[in-house]
Design a protein around this ligand. Structure first.
Ligand code: ADP
Ligand code: 5GP
Length: 185
């Protein structure tokens, strides 16, 4: 039996740099497939439907959940997010390494349903730097930043649940470390 390629889950507090690191890695290594999640959050400027997320209504999200179409889903800071199951399984079956960029609650669900998954935690160099990055991104109003920082405290405390921790000091270094984890079968 041929070995299945690895399913890697990347989690970490909002603003730590997950999207930045993944985009950097995939620029050089587009062969790593990043799952596109469904979300009820509104698009940020520049975000495209079907590329960054599938932006769906509350009713559409209800249906995806009820029909069992999501591998995992969670509510995060007032919006729902979920991973379409079929695309993940199809890519794994056709030999493509799969990366999920999801929150802590989602990572826990994947650990339960797909025990072969590798769970990677992206940590900030410090709390102050996390606050600086989240605020500096300038994409959320202050009350949303507050909600995300509250969630960040819970996510940081869960770091020991993960298989590997990477500290996002340098985007280039972390992207290289993540690639090595994703591509090792
Ligand atoms: P996440 O996807 O985890 O919410 P982002 O990738 O949107 O986070 O990054 C949040 C902000 O931090 C962005 O403005 C990004 O440019 C910046 N950032 C990401 N990684 C680093 C890093 N290693 N050093 C400095 N700034 C970073
Ligand atoms: P953002 O709104 O900043 O794009 O994402 C907020 C949080 O939701 C991040 O921690 C991100 O990793 C997480 N997230 C994105 N997609 C999914 C998903 O499909 N499932 C879960 N559980 N979390 C997700």
């Amino acid at each position: 039996m041929s070995e299945r390629p690895r399913l890697t889950v990347l989690s970490g507090p909002s603003g730590v740099g997950k999207s930045t690191v993944v985009a950097h890695m995939r620029k050089e290594h587009p062969e790593v497939w990043l799952s596109v999640s469904a979300t009820t959050r509104k698009p940020r400027p520049g975000e495209k439907h079907g590329v960054h997320y599938f932006f769906v209504s509350d009713e559409e999200m209800d249906k995806l959940i009820a029909n069992g179409e999501l591998l995992e889903w969670a509510e995060f800071a007032g919006n729902r997010y979920g991973t379409p199951r079929a695309a993940v399984l199809e890519h794994l079956e056709s030999g493509v390494p799969v990366l999920l960029e999801i929150d802590l609650q989602g990572a826990r669900q994947v650990r339960e349903s797909m025990s072969e998954a590798l769970l990677v935690f992206l940590a900030p160099p410090s709390w102050d730097e996390l606050v600086r990055r989240l605020t500096g991104r300038g994409t959320e109003p202050p009350e949303v930043i507050e909600r995300r920082l509250e969630a960040a405290k819970i996510e940081l405390a869960a770091e020991p649940e993960f298989d590997v921790t990477l500290v996002n000091t340098s985007v280039e270094d972390v992207a290289r470390e993540l690639l090595a984890l994703v591509e090792v079968v």
